[in-house]
Design a protein around this ligand. Sequence first.
Ligand SMILES: Nc1ncnc2c1ncn2[C@@H]1O[C@H](COP(=O)(O)OP(=O)(O)OP(=O)(O)O)[C@@H](O)[C@H]1O
Ligand SMILES: [Mg+2]
Length: 660
Amino acid sequence: MRLPRRKRKPAPRPPDPAPNEQMAASKYAPYLDELAATSIWHMSTRLPRLIGLAWTWAWRADRTDTAATIGLNLAAGVFTAVGLFAVTGVLEPLFTGGPTPERVRAALPSLALVAGAYAARALLQAGAGWAQARLRPQVERLTELHLFDLTSRIGLEAFDDSEFNDTMYRARDRGQYEAAQVITSAVDVLTSMVSITAAAGVLAVLHPVLLPLLALTVIPDGWAAARAARMRYERIRDLTPGRRRKWALGDMLASRDSAAELRAFTMRGFLIDEYTRISDIERAAMLAVARRQTVIRLLGEGAGGVATAVTYAALGALLVAGAMPLAVAGTAVFAIRTAQSSLSTLLFSLSATYESGLYFSDFLEFSRRAAQRLPDAPTARETARLAAVRARGVVFAYPGEQTPALDGVDIDITRGEVVALVGENGSGKSTLARLIAGLYTPQSGSITWNGTDIAGMDPDALRGRIGLINQEYTQWPLSAQRNITMSAEADGTRLEEAARLSGADEVVTGLAYGWDTMLDKRFVDGADLSGGQWQRIASARGLYRDADLLIADEPTSALDARAEKRLFESLHAHAQGRTVLLITHRLASVRMADRIYVLEKGRVVEHGDHENLMACGGLYAELFRMQAQAYEEGAPLTHDTGSDTAVSSPLAEKTPGLTH
Ligand SMILES: Nc1ncnc2c1ncn2[C@@H]1O[C@H](COP(=O)(O)OP(=O)(O)OP(=O)(O)O)[C@@H](O)[C@H]1O
Ligand SMILES: [Mg+2]
């Protein structure tokens, strides 16, 4: 019968794959290439190295438990062998001629040895089991921490790369937990090898032909087990993109963040349908694997059964031909059964090691790829306070994107200035801010800090000098205070100041536990904030840091008019002696900036101060007049919000293109 074979070539990519199609045929050619390289033979040659690596993780996790796991298991294996030899010592006198009491008496010492050996083995196995059980959580803790150490240090680009995300998912989903399993299975391999050596020794002594016959009985089974394990692994690996999508859908179906819109936009049916469709594909794939595995196993067991029949036939022939006495044949039958069970254990544990090794290699592959994405060691020791930041000919495209988000940008920010970036949605303002903050590295051109290229600077040292009010700020599930101080030590005066400048003070006053209130409703006594209240907290976060350069990316998009006015005043006040890079669509608020850069499709199309830009009548003047007109023609204001901010607020609510 021809076994169904897995396609090695990736299916041609459809023009616009629907998410569920993405998982039906994996489009990740690199993975398939790697799979081709992880054939059973290739994996078997890699196994010793994988086992070695798993052991180094175990050794680092806990030396005593690692040594105990190996030592006690090996000792248990030795006692199994001793027991086996002792059993042959029991059988031989029993099968030889003579009166029964004498035969039993002759067998007694060996019988005592059997009992002793198996009792010792039981004790040793209990000890080994304890050591193994202790080792597992320790190894898992180590691999988990290693994974998160990498995920929190790698360059931000990694998170925009879907292939890397797949690798990370596989490592998190299962790979990181398999090191301990590789170790356990590898120990089983070792111990069963010890008992097989003993059984093989007994058989070799009894008759040389029995040994190769015995090997024949277990090889088909072993092959089938390894093949089945590989099938399951390949299928699971292929299903990774779909599983990630399912995971994301599941998150939307069961998360607080999406719960309101899910209901408001009656998304339930759509999401459940999508989830079901992907689950159906996954189920069909796994059922197909189960069917193929059954066929493979049946074939393996069938071939193994035939080989066993041949072995016993050979034994019978030897007996009939008088080449083997009955006593020896009886011992041989027992040794064959013992060896067979040890060999099955060996093959089972080999296949388990092989399967865990496949998943563990996902973890290793992630570690390798993530290590390549770690920032290079700093080459420059620039620690001086900011004098000037300059961008020259900066070109940057996000991973996998053909069109650069920034295309030859030059800007200058000098100490003490307020520099503004303006431009329409998608023009590249936030991208430029992220590059200046050292979160991404330009593909060409340079960004310098006091003349030193920031690409060579220590990223943490650079980030320590920059305060960032992010456009897409994070709502950390931490206390209100921690949401502002972040990793820094709390400094009461600075905290109060940042809260006052941003308006976060009013937010905290209204919280049940003040600064200690947990800002996450999912936890006991947790509180939630309104969009604008959260934005005040995010602004306070940027202002709290005693930074040379404050980057404020759309800090007022959700603020009420009074809070907006207060924040812009704070930013200008903050600039005294410091430096601010301000990104905003509220053009009235950038009038005071020392210099304004206007971006369009990733290029600086105009720059200068407000008067110059208005005089030259370009994009800035057009956008500014639009906002001013809207104010003039708009509904009368109900209260005085201050001259500057009032220009932008009505428009901000009416023109989606200019707000967020
Ligand atoms: N992580 C990303 N991966 C791929 N493309 C991205 C990513 N982030 C932004 N882009 C693209 O880069 C371009 C510039 O985006 P950017 O966020 O810098 O615009 P922006 O000027 O800040 O816009 P807005 O006013 O809406 O905040 C856009 O075309 C956007 O689609
Ligand atoms: Mg932006």
